[in-house]
Design a protein around this ligand. Structure first.
Ligand code: FES
Length: 254
């Protein structure tokens, strides 16, 4: 698939909760072609540090306006610099990168933990006609600000928090076994590795196909440096170009 090196103009940026921001960029070439599950590499500064681009999953697209939205947690120097970008500023963006989700599910179940719910949001929009259900996990109630964001596409929501301050106490695994008996024909998963691994095992046991979106440190994002490599079944996988979305049974090393 064609990827573009673009100068993207910031058209808005706002807080989603205490530590998470959404940034909206005008970048028509990428908005026209990005599919759910793909990511972009954003150069957060023109100065020497931080040197590398940051991979961020595409969280929403407006093809008519030529905009994409990215959601990120402010954590470390690169995201602090990104958080200071104002409307009218420009950023260098490469994308769309990687392989997206298979969208053929008729009764999809989205399962996200933390920032994993960002790329799943674009997927929810793409699957809206199939009325996807979403299972969201967070540490505390404030982590589940996603409820309102997802409402239009996923009115059927299941919530868990580690401390029990919202929804069922525990991880998504507290609700998943019961949900997997309800006829969903594909689980789409993105979140912390232990969560994805546990979800993949439960889906395998229930014979529900499962796609996972892996996150790895990525230096180039283009398949050239091997910094994102992980063990697949019978071969090494490059998360940036073979993924970031895989069928769970393709992944041998989480
Ligand atoms: Fe360089 Fe994947 S990030 S090969």
């Amino acid at each position: 698939m064609t990827k573009f090196l673009c100068t993207a103009k910031v058209v808005g940026q706002y807080m989603l909760n205490a530590t998470t921001k959404q940034i909206d960029l005008i970048v028509p070439e990428i908005a026209r072609t990005a599919v759910p599950g793909q990511f972009v590499n954003v150069q957060v500064s023109r100065h020497t540090a931080p040197l590398l681009r940051r991979p961020l999953g595409v969280a929403a697209v407006n093809r008519e306006d030529g905009t994409i939205s990215l959601m990120y947690r402010i954590l470390g120097e690169a995201t602090r610099i990104l958080a200071d970008a104002c409307s009218g500023d420009t950023l260098s963006v490469v994308g769309p990168l990687g392989h997206g989700f298979d969208l053929t599910a008729k009764k999809p179940l989205l399962i996200g933990g933390g920032l994993g719910l960002a790329p799943l949001y674009y997927l929810a929009a793409a699957l809206a006609k199939q009325k996807p259900a979403v299972l969201m996990g967070g540490r505390i109630a404030d982590d589940l600000f996603w409820q309102d964001i997802y409402q239009d596409y996923c009115p059927e929501q299941y919530l868990t928090t580690d401390d029990g301050s919202l929804g069922t106490q525990g991880t998504v695994m507290a609700l998943l076994p019961e949900l997997l008996t309800k006829g969903y024909d594909c689980a789409y998963v993105c979140g912390p590795v232990p969560m994805m691994k546990a979800v993949a095992a439960a889906c395998a046991a229930a014979k529900v196909p499962c796609q996972v979106s892996l996150e790895r440190y990525m230096a180039c994002g283009l398949g050239a440096c091997l910094s994102c490599s992980c063990g697949g079944v019978g071969k090494r996988l490059k998360v940036c170009t073979d993924g970031p979305v895989f069928w769970a049974q393709e992944v041998a090393e989480w």
